[in-house]
Design a protein around this ligand. Structure first.
Ligand code: PMP
Length: 356
């Protein structure tokens, strides 16, 4: 690439992505480990067999957005919902519409490692303010960061990746009151939240500049289907419609996602089991004297290790792939099946003994 007239800010950059390795236990990208049932696969096959491939798909994806609105509840309709190829693309649409040259997006670090890339790709300036030492974001932090940076887009992640920390509704409410621009709450992991951790969807009716993003990649066990979406006031959806590529959601994606939504109870049926594995893992790690962030997601951030890369490699050598991400010294592991969690625990004990 060095010989190409590349945009200067892309020089030396690597494509984003966690390693995709063929190992027995893949606990690195927060997927739902339970595959669809044969019955659901058959229904998906039927829907994908004839979605009308000789014609362009419905540009507005109205039927799918209607189904997504019904899934979300809160009195939302298709006019409140926008959908795209993963919440990655939804977030890119938001920054194309509300960020851009001369504008800023502000998040609280550490957070999702793709955010700076969405910002770069949309020419939006990326700013961060630090979280508290326990990775929480409180009202004082929001107030101070907004006063300092006046962001065009304030991005709150709840539960946050890679820490698992939730943001309370009071803090989201305050953000909507003090932020001068859009407030986006990324709820990619909301279905895994512990009981009593409410969704920002309940605030949409009062706040026309609030956007809640969701995905079918995590709890919904549909990462391979690539379907993310948002809920907001109809005007926000209209703004996304302006910047999207025409026919951005293929006929196959729309048809298959609708079948998945029709089987929501089945696809979400393992969420409780994954929450249970997560909580057991948190207790186990803490019993071993490790630091663990409070988590409402389907993953656990734990540490601190003098050499986290060595721990990551030691686990990989034992067939367990986790993620080297987050602040220095910490590692992130996704909640998996009981078998996967047992493999992780066994491997971590062995690695700790080897390094002692
Ligand atoms: N937001 C957060 C916080 C995430 O962790 C992820 C996936 N790792 C996404 C958004 C994007 O997910 P997808 O594009 O698969 O919907």
């Amino acid at each position: 690439m060095a010989d190409l007239p590349l945009r200067p800010e892309l020089a030396g950059q690597e494509p984003y992505g966690a390693p995709q390795l063929d190992v027995p236990h893949r606990l690195n990208v927060n997927e739902n480990p339970y595959p669809p049932s044969p019955g659901l696969l058959a229904a998906i096959g039927r829907a994908a067999a004839d979605p009308g491939l000789n014609r362009y798909p419905d540009r507005e994806a109205t039927a799918l957005r209607t189904d997504l609105a019904a899934y979300l509840g809160h009195g939302l309709g298709p006019e409140n919902v926008w959908a795209a190829n993963g919440s990655n693309e939804v977030m890119t649409h938001l920054l194309q519409a509300f960020g851009g040259p001369g504008r800023t997006v502000l998040t609280f670090a550490p957070s999702y490692s793709m955010y700076p890339e969405y910002a770069r790709n949309t020419y939006t300036r990326y700013l961060t303010a630090p979280r508290r030492p326990d990775f929480t974001v409180d009202a004082d932090l929001v107030r101070a960061a907004v006063a300092e940076h006046h962001p065009d887009v304030l991005l709150l992640t709840s539960p946050n990746n890679p820490t698992g920390t939730s943001v309370s509704l009071d803090v989201v409410r305050l953000a909507c009151e003090v932020a001068p621009g859009m407030v986006v709450v990324d709820e990619a992991y909301q279905e895994f939240a512990r009981s009593g951790t409410p969704s920002a969807l309940s605030l949409l009716a009062e706040h026309p500049r609030l956007v809640v993003t969701r995905t079918m990649s995590k709890a919904f066990a549909f990462a391979g289907g690539r379907l993310g979406y948002l809920a907001a006031a109809p005007a926000v959806v209209d703004a996304c419609r302006i910047v999207r590529l025409p026919y951005h959601l293929s006929a196959v994606t729309q048809a298959v996602a609708r079948v998945a939504l029709a089987h929501a109870p089945e696809l979400l049926s393992q969420v409780d089991a994954l929450r249970r594995e997560r909580d057991l893992l948190v207790d186990w790690l803490r019993d071993r004297g490790l630091a663990v962030a409070d988590t409402d997601a389907n993953f656990v951030l734990f540490g601190r290790f003098a050499d986290r890369s060595a721990v990551w490699r030691g686990l990989l050598e034992r067939g367990v792939l986790i993620r080297e991400t987050g602040p220095d010294g910490w590692l992130r592991v996704s909640a998996g099946t009981p078998t996967e969690m047992a493999a992780f625990r066994t491997a971590l004990v062995q690695v700790a003994e080897e390094m002692a």
